[in-house]
Design a protein around this ligand. Sequence first.
Ligand code: PRX
Length: 651
Amino acid sequence: MSKNITSVLHETRSFGPSDEFRKKAKISSVEEYQKLYRQSLDEPDKFWGDIANELHWFKSWDKTVDWNEPFVKWFVGGKTNPSYNALDYQIEQGRGDKVAFLFEGEPGDSKEITYTEMLIKVSKLANALKYRGIAKGDRVAIYMPMIPEAVIAMLACARIGATHSVVFGGFSAQALADRINDAEAKAVITADGGYRRGGVLPLKPAVDEALKICSSVDTVIVVERANNPIDMRKGRDFWYHDLVNNASDYCPAEELDSEHPLFILYTSGSTGTPKGVLHTVGGYQTYTYLTNKYVFDQKEEDVFWCTADVGWVTGHSYIAYGPMFNGVTQVIYEGTPNTPHFGRFWELVEKYKVNIFYTAPTAIRAFMKWGNEHVEKFDLSSLRLLGTVGEPINPEAWIWYREMIGKNNCPIVDTWWQTETGGIMLTTLPGAHDAKPGSAGLPFFGVEAAIVNAQAEELEDNEGGFLVIKRPWPSMIRTVYGDDERYKQTYFGEIPHVYFAGDGARRDEDGYYWIMGRVDDVVNVSGHRLGTMEVESALVAHSLVAEAAVVSRPDSLTGEAIVAFVSLEGGKEGSDDLVKELRDHVTKEIGAIAKPAEIRFSDALPKTRSGKIMRRLLRSIASGEEVKGDISTLEDKSVVEKLLKQAKIQK
Ligand code: PRX
């Protein structure tokens, strides 16, 4: 963990909501925010109890929060079900005929699904899962394109109390197998394939490949989507349509304990294999409900579009759950933003009259690069609120987003959170706060954030340090699946008595937080988290690679890009063909998102005398910066000279 963090970004502009926005907003002044914020910290039982009661409970809880550091329980003794709250409870409130999803496939097919239709679809699949012997407490892997059945699968699992583990469709067979094995999933819900970038991305073949090394799975349910040829294994593989056609259309929701495991979602850390972040029912549902309501200022008539994939936590909290608990109408789009043309997203904003649009900075930078003409062709006047998530947004992209997409008329919420936090932790509230380009804003209700040094001492305003959370919140990670010790070490082991998950930040004199990025060995490529260790182990698994060190360098499009330094077995020389082979190899081991942008060969890597690779040096070399700081611990100084010389030649 780096010790000194210097903040370099000094942005002084700020933008408040229009009077019109403010007037209609759910929270419309700083004073109102402060009052509720104070209440959330001073009277957490009352605050969270009232919020939790805005959703349905089969049985109320005995205790609001039970904190036994680092383990937390919320709404202890209560019984509820997120699938009930997402569907039945919405229908009870008169939203049965309201559209839940406006789906648009990449080839242009589209359909609408109401809340009542969702309940029937979810019930049918839940009954099909039961028929296949899946019961409360079992784990189910979901490996899907961005189609409504992905959400249906999640809610069907939740309905019967099976814990879902969604694996992003871009991950490889190997990565899928690792996740299935870690969770010992009994079933996989997948599709033949999905439409992406103008072609078909096959999924079922990757499941077949993965299952060669997974013994826990005895059921595979396959949605027919892209009609690509696939194999179906008798007795194990079932067509989704066959199972649901035979299933009854109502399945009562299980009465789940508030701390029942709702889902596992794997994410990267600085060490070891990806961690299975575990979230439970009651706290997660309460927090995603509330954040969705206030951060996006959800109105009954709004059309909300979060462009994330359900394979990431954003797609869990702000597609499958939070908006459903608020009875929102959402757009789901299967494809990429540049297929079949560069204006595809804006075409959909116009078509579906989207009011609230939530995306990632990496996408915004791509839109900027593609050119304004693709935006200007479409009518974006329905938009009233914009959001970003996943990585720091550079002020230039923020301003472009405000001007080109928001037409200077939409507040922007920059939301900081993590897979582990379950929901948005830092943000501005759009009707209450001014936004500052590049700042994630202020703590959300119940979030006691601070900037500290390694001894947990709080730092002065504008001093860079570690961003920590000082008390538990409802949607906090409960544990690393199957590994309480790793949970404790990772999140509470480094800085005493606070939750710390790897980001550096500073807080300015107005209390706004400015995220400076990860301070551990996690890289953030296009808003997707990857551990450098994972990429390194993928590289060394190749027979020609002796050693590999992976670092990141800044990239104007993807935020960060992966640079791999590789030394080969037996002093062999690298070549362009080998670069390609290694990049393909990483794609096969992890997925295309982990493919190094650059591979540099070197006969040795810079190490300390105790044999540790000096990544700091490699980071400077990869970024083309001057190598500064103490290199006295370096074992062989000539290695650095060679790497620098090589870098010059490559330039
Ligand atoms: O470094 C922070 C960055 O993304 C990390 C969390 O990644 P993940 O668990 O994949 O979740 C991403 C979606 C919630 C954080 O540790 N990050 C996320 N949002 C922001 C951000 N960095 C700066 N600003 C943000 N708004």
